[in-house]
Design a binder for this molecule. Sequence first.
Ligand SMILES: C[S@@+](CC[C@H](N)C(=O)[O-])C[C@H]1O[C@@H](n2cnc3c(N)ncnc32)[C@H](O)[C@@H]1O
Length: 435
Amino acid sequence: MALLANQARSYATAIHQVARDVFKSGNPADRVVNAYFRDIKKLGSRDRRMIAETLFSLFRWWGWLRQLLEDSQSLWDDGGERSEEWARLLYAAHLLDNAELHPVAQEWQQTANLPHISHGMGALTLAEKSRRLRELFRATPFDAAALVPGWLQQCVPLDEQAYLSFLAYLQQRPPLWLRAQVEREALILELRSAGLVPTLTAMLPQALCLEQARVNLFELQSFRDGKFELQDFASQMIGIATQAKPGERWWDACAGAGGKTLQLAAMMQNKGTLIASDIREYKLLELRKRARRAQFSNISPRPWNEAKLPVKHGSVDGVLVDAPCTGTGTWRRNPDCRWTAKAEDVAEMAQLQLDILSRASKAAKPGGVVVYATCSVCEAENEAVVRAFLAQRQEFTLEGWQNPLTGTLTDGMLRVWPMDANCDATFAARFRRNM
Ligand SMILES: C[S@@+](CC[C@H](N)C(=O)[O-])C[C@H]1O[C@@H](n2cnc3c(N)ncnc32)[C@H](O)[C@@H]1O
């Protein structure tokens, strides 16, 4: 018993330290928690899992949990991690996301002086969770709208009903999506022998979904051999929008660590040239590593940290601009970002996006393609950037491509929502430069 109580205290301290750091610094929670785990070596894999899962539940439900606070200031003071209030938040966070309760959560329940409950709310709908939470804490109503910052709704082109459905998806733990870099059926057999249960989708030929991944995927031999990459379904939809073909010359202008670069290289069957750039040179190191692992020899990383383009004007068949954005489409996977993003980021990003798109599009040759993409749900960063670009650059027109979700042609722009395929949200537009 004493062991369990110690464990509950040490988890509570860890989550408090990391959450406080995230709120204060605005740094992404996954980076902060990984740095914490690197420093505190004594934690085993089960400890880490419970700490990380509760931390993410806390951010996912923060919009409701903070309504349970009596004194939100002192919570973050030293000693706040030992308070009854903190135990209440941790217990509620765990309760909301899990059907089976962890013994440590029952310790938090006792510290918080709350009644014992035998089952969590993990399997309930959002409306049922709201009702049960209200009963348990005799608190004010818990509205779905409070689960994200108030400024989001007016940025998103969804009617009331669709917006509520979007919010309900944001509150579910996302599955993991893989992109097979070998024949998908062969990979499924390998993953099954590692105890995983991948499922297929008919919509994307290389995508595999893992609802539960209780093993470290990066330690699997099939990963080390470059047989798959982690890439969300929505992100894979952006690669599809490029329709990149073997032998072509493409420029991935905002390649980052190369998630989509690798997808394009695979679509090009390692034939042709794929120049991958980013303003942050260190990201290209990771890209090189991933390209080596997948044995792609057609990728050529080049930094882009000056006004001049790293490729000649009018020289490539296609440009992919996977622009920096508010990341609002990934709030399901990164729930902490809901509370560190600011309303004014949207307009700032839109300006930067139009600037990058305008400059990068100059690399497309006459008759070439430009694909613009973001993982934002905000209209200002998506359709509005497209309209501004078209008004500025009359040599470009929108061009449809086959939408894997429906099998029909898009009108040149595509939104993917979590409701479409249990994934992140994304946007893509495809332009053709006149001959
Ligand atoms: C959405 S991320 C790219 C993700 C990447 N394509 C992938 O699939 O993994 C956007 C990238 O744009 C880069 N970026 C930020 N500002 C930029 C700028 N002004 N010019 C070019 N790239 C920029 C960021 O470093 C970041 O890696």
